[in-house]
Design a protein around this ligand. Structure first.
Ligand code: TMP
Length: 253
């Protein structure tokens, strides 16, 4: 299918979804665009989409191998992957191991303080409202997800957290927190919830375990510089740089 002809299904801040080659599939395209603070801050970070496509492929493939079902089917090229079409549940599911970001602000906790246990939060995915924090009561009352789906989401999120904490820990990176999204796939009248979207330095807080240096999107949010260099370092430690073209020198579209 030529790029020009295919139908755009949805465009978000960092990704575009196109119709896929078969019913029930979509093509997920990773842009270089970076936004923060509900798109009040914007930039183009050359090569980000290529790196996030690879990192997300790597993580989704490994999650699938341990039985965490997700939307990833296969990577198609530098910026695109074939995915299963899902009905997105309008929640950003955040899991935290260490205080940082909005949790630190909300409760006055110093960034870097270990949490007594992993904490999962739900945010309602709505840019106009600034993705407000919600409780399970809101989720069920407004029919964003059922009680059973919430149980599945919580159990899967904890598995993802355990797996990712181990995977990053093994390469000297502390998984401070992350955000994931889920979607429904239908089989006749029945649906099940699978992991969707992406997992990358855009959606995680990743700190070097020894130096505490930030290797994630906070470098962009907080103007710390070296954003692409840090994402590349994450990719390198995960072993996904081996067959990657030289992105950083620019010119990849
Ligand atoms: P927060 O501390 O700003 O609430 O962010 C928690 C985690 O969620 C952090 O890893 C960054 C990620 N995140 C997103 O992926 N998208 C968002 O829009 C926000 C606000 C956070």
């Amino acid at each position: 299918m030529s790029t020009a002809r295919r139908k755009k299904i949805y465009e978000g801040k960092a990704k575009i979804l196109y119709e896929g080659p078969e019913p029930g599939t979509l093509i997920q395209y990773f842009k270089d665009d970076a936004t923060a603070f509900n798109a009040q801050k914007k930039a183009v970070l050359e090569g980000k989409g290529v790196i996030n496509n690879r990192i997300s492929e790597h993580i989704m493939t490994r999650l699938n191998a341990i039985g965490v079902q997700n939307h990833f089917i296969k990577r198609l090229n530098l910026r695109e992957q074939l995915i299963k079409e899902v009905e997105i549940i309008p929640l950003e599911v955040v899991c935290r191991n260490v205080a940082a970001g909005s949790l630190s602000t909300r409760f006055g906790l110093p960034e870097g303080q270990a949490l007594p246990r992993s904490i999962i939060e739900f945010y309602y995915k709505d840019d106009k409202l600034g993705d407000p924090l919600v409780t399970e009561e809101h989720v069920t009352a407004f029919n964003w997800a059922t009680t059973q789906e919430i149980d599945d989401i919580l159990a899967t999120t904890l598995r993802v957290n355990d797996f990712l904490s181990g995977m990053f820990g093994a390469v000297g990176i502390t998984l401070v927190d992350f955000k994931i999204e889920f979607g429904r796939v239908w089989e006749g009248d029945f649906s099940r919830v699978i992991l969707a979207d992406e997992i990358s330095p855009d959606s995680c807080r990743l700190w070097d375990t020894i130096s505490s240096e930030k290797l994630d999107k906070d470098r962009f949010r907080r103007d710390l510089g070296n954003v692409i260099e840090s994402y590349t370092e994450v990719a390198r430690r995960l072993g996904v740089m081996k067959d990657m073209p030289t992105v950083i020198q620019g010119g990849l579209h």
